[in-house]
Design a protein around this ligand. Structure first.
Ligand code: 5GP
Ligand code: ZN
Length: 113
């Protein structure tokens, strides 16, 4: 966990372009944006991925969705956006700290993979 990049961002050890923060969540701009708006929304508590969630921790995903909706409004994504979470190697997950990508600002590909 000490080696986790996103935990270091939460701790302020690595800088990030923050767009939202509360006691449970942090959102910041992706360093390598795949769309005009590309924001990562993460819990401050470390979970490797969706696979690490249980009944007690899963409500954090609902909190993340509400922040995503709020950021979509703030970043003028009224015409649509996409929320993605990658899980494991075949899912394309490169950072092993649960995160949701908020993508928008362009007509996104209809292809899912
Ligand atoms: P994944 O591929 O695990 O779903 O997504 C990880 C995301 O983290 C990638 O989109 C990547 O560009 C982003 N990322 C990796 N390192 C950093 C960093 O140091 N700062 C920020 N802001 N984003 C990062
Ligand atoms: Zn972490």
């Amino acid at each position: 966990m000490n080696d986790c990049l996103f935990c270091k961002i939460i701790a302020g050890e690595i800088p990030s372009a923050k767009v939202y923060e509360d006691d449970k969540l942090l959102a910041f701009k992706d360093i390598n944006p795949q769309a005009p708006v590309h924001i990562l929304i993460i819990p401050k508590a470390h979970y490797d991925s969706v696979n690490a969630l249980d009944e007690a921790s899963a409500p954090i995903v609902g909190d993340i969705m509400l922040v995503a909706k709020r950021l979509a409004e703030e970043f003028h994504l009224g015409s649509g956006y996409r929320i993605i979470t990658n899980i494991g190697e075949d899912g394309g997950q490169t950072v092993k700290h649960l995160h949701f990508h908020l993508l928008g600002g362009v007509k996104l590909s209809e292809k899912m993979c």
